[in-house]
Design a protein around this ligand. Structure first.
Ligand SMILES: NC(=O)c1ccc[n+]([C@@H]2O[C@H](COP(=O)([O-])OP(=O)(O)OC[C@H]3O[C@@H](n4cnc5c(N)ncnc54)[C@H](O)[C@@H]3O)[C@@H](O)[C@H]2O)c1
Length: 210
């Protein structure tokens, strides 16, 4: 099958690349000629790297793995350093880590659960943007795509909704702040996706539907 080569000579970080949307995005970028940095805290991300190495594409070194926890700034810095060490730069950052951990009416959330939702669905995007920005400013170009959600107008996931509302706000504000540096920042508000059952669950008690 012929694919266009929209990502030829582009270095693309995809976070949360071990499964779901991140995995599919990473495979699509690799098929279209991009060099991909696959970021995930799960070791299953290595399977995606293996899948990419088997693709018949023109790009020499197609993918590397960064096994990092993006709820920490240290993890985000390590990720950007891995990309620079392997490929020299970051052209495109796709912030995909996130997802509702518990869906229920707000009055039933515990304090620790509210904090966990914000750490999962807001901080990884904040940290990765912060870590990637200096390099993009220096090269005077860059693209950031944040994966948001229709949940900012939905019920039964208020902490997640707040986190994604934060993602939407930082997307617009960062775009204004760094347009002059040649950096574009956009968000995609996805709805439900069709995907196989998650190998890496959202939480340890039970699976909830996105
Ligand atoms: N699936 C949907 O229907 C849907 C709908 C709207 C929005 N979204 C958004 O799309 C994005 C992806 O959703 P999905 O359903 O594919 O996710 P998923 O839960 O299936 O996969 C998330 C991946 O991120 C990784 N991850 C989680 N926390 C991490 C951390 N701290 N550091 C590094 N890696 C980490 C996990 O290991 C996993 O591989 C999320 O931001 C989610 O909010 C999804």
């Amino acid at each position: 099958m012929h694919h266009s080569q929209r990502f030829e000579n582009k270095v693309v970080i995809v976070t949360g690349a071990a499964q779901g949307i991140g995995r599919s995005v990473a495979l699509a970028v690799a098929r279209e000629g991009g060099q991909v940095v696959l970021a995930d805290r799960s070791e299953l991300v290595n399977d995606v790297a293996a899948e990419i190495s088997e693709l018949k594409t023109g790009n020499r070194e197609k993918a590397i793995v960064a096994n990092v926890d993006l709820e920490t700034y240290a993890g985000a810095r390590e990720l950007v350093e891995a990309s620079i060490n392997a490929f020299g730069r970051v052209d495109i950052l796709i912030n995909n880590v996130g997802g509702t951990i518990w869906a229920k009416p707000y009055q039933e959330y515990e304090e620790a659960q509210i904090e966990a939702e914000i750490r999962r669905s807001l901080f990884p995007t904040l940290w990765c943007c912060r870590a990637a920005l200096p390099g993009m400013i220096a090269q005077r170009c860059g693209v950031i795509v944040n994966i948001s959600s229709i949940a900012t107008r939905g019920i039964n996931r208020i902490p997640y909704s707040a986190a994604k509302g934060g993602v939407n706000a930082l997307t617009a504000s960062l775009a204004f702040e760094h347009a002059q540096d040649g950096i574009r920042v956009n968000a995609v508000a996805t709805g439900g996706t069709e995907a196989p059952p998650r190998k890496i669950p959202r939480n340890s008690d039970k699976q909830t539907k996105e």
